[in-house]
Design a protein around this ligand. Structure first.
Ligand code: DGL
Length: 259
């Protein structure tokens, strides 16, 4: 048994959509979540900068004694996971857009993906889509501006609705039947997206799959906490802690920390 915490980081508050799934599946695991909101968004940044920030976050989580790290950010995973695995011994779990299930299930043979520029331009994303979505038409859309609005607590704003309409209208016109959310911030937009998309379009994100993969890797490395443990969840933000508190529905304490 290993009751050390699982470390989770994202460019900001969005990775809590992944943390939620992990906490739901593994409530006995202690977790430490880092919201690197000060440096959000990662999406428009280059690979080197994204890697630098990912190393900074990993160092802090390791200082805090984490046994495994979940990169709850598609942009950081697709740009930096290979480097992180090369330099650190702990297991890393990454998150990538769920292209595969969408490509397998589409009936219109057309799927939409909404993700950051950093993810859509990464080598890893291209490899995954070539491997799993061969022959399927993928309508790619950079969700420019969405993360800053979420980081500012403006999920339900008119600006958000405007941007979402602009991004999904061409996808609807192309007859998508699956919309892949390739950014861990975007699950917070699902209620709004449901009001804008035709009923037959299924939205998928990778949160539950990441939680299952976390469980499998913990088991493989014999790192699971005792099931009698009551998972302690700590949250740190280097941005506005109130936004993170709000995203967590006020259920958890968020500590402000400069990192
Ligand atoms: N939440 C992140 C992702 O999954 C990063 C978004 C951003 O910082 O641009 O890609």
């Amino acid at each position: 048994m290993n009751n050390s915490p699982i470390g989770i980081f994202d460019s900001g508050v969005g990775g809590t959509s992944i943390w939620r799934e992990i906490h739901k599946l593994l409530p006995y695991e202690n977790t430490i979540y880092l919201a690197d909101s000060k440096y959000a968004p990662y999406g428009p940044k280059g690979k080197n900068r994204i890697t630098e920030l990912s190393v900074k976050n990993t160092e802090l989580l390791l200082e805090k004694g984490c046994k495994l790290i979940v990169i709850a950010c598609n942009t950081a995973t697709t740009n930096a996971i290979r480097h992180l695995r090369e330099i650190y011994d702990v297991p890393f779990i990454g998150i990538e857009p769920a292209i595969k299930p969408a490509a397998l299930q589409t009936k219109s043979n057309t799927i939409g993906i909404l993700a950051t520029k950093g993810t859509l331009s990464s080598e890893l994303f291209h490899k995954t889509s070539d491997l799993y979505a061969n022959g399927v038409t993928i309508i790619e859309q950079v969700g420019e501006g969405l993360v800053p609005l979420i980081e500012n607590g403006a999920i339900d704003s008119p600006e958000m609705e405007e941007l979402l309409k602009k991004y999904i209208t061409p996808m609807i016109a192309a007859n998508i039947d699956y919309l892949v959310l390739g950014c861990s911030h975007y699950p917070y937009l699902i209620p709004k997206l449901h009001t804008l998309l035709p009923k037959h379009v299924t939205i998928i994100d990778s949160g539950a799959a990441v939680a299952r993969q976390t469980q499998a890797i913990l088991e493989k490395h014999e790192l699971c906490a005792s099931v009698t443990n009551i998972g302690d969840c700590m949250f740190f933000s280097n941005g506005n802690p109130e936004i993170l508190t709000e995203i967590l529905d006020g259920d958890f304490t968020v500590e402000a920390l400069d990192f």
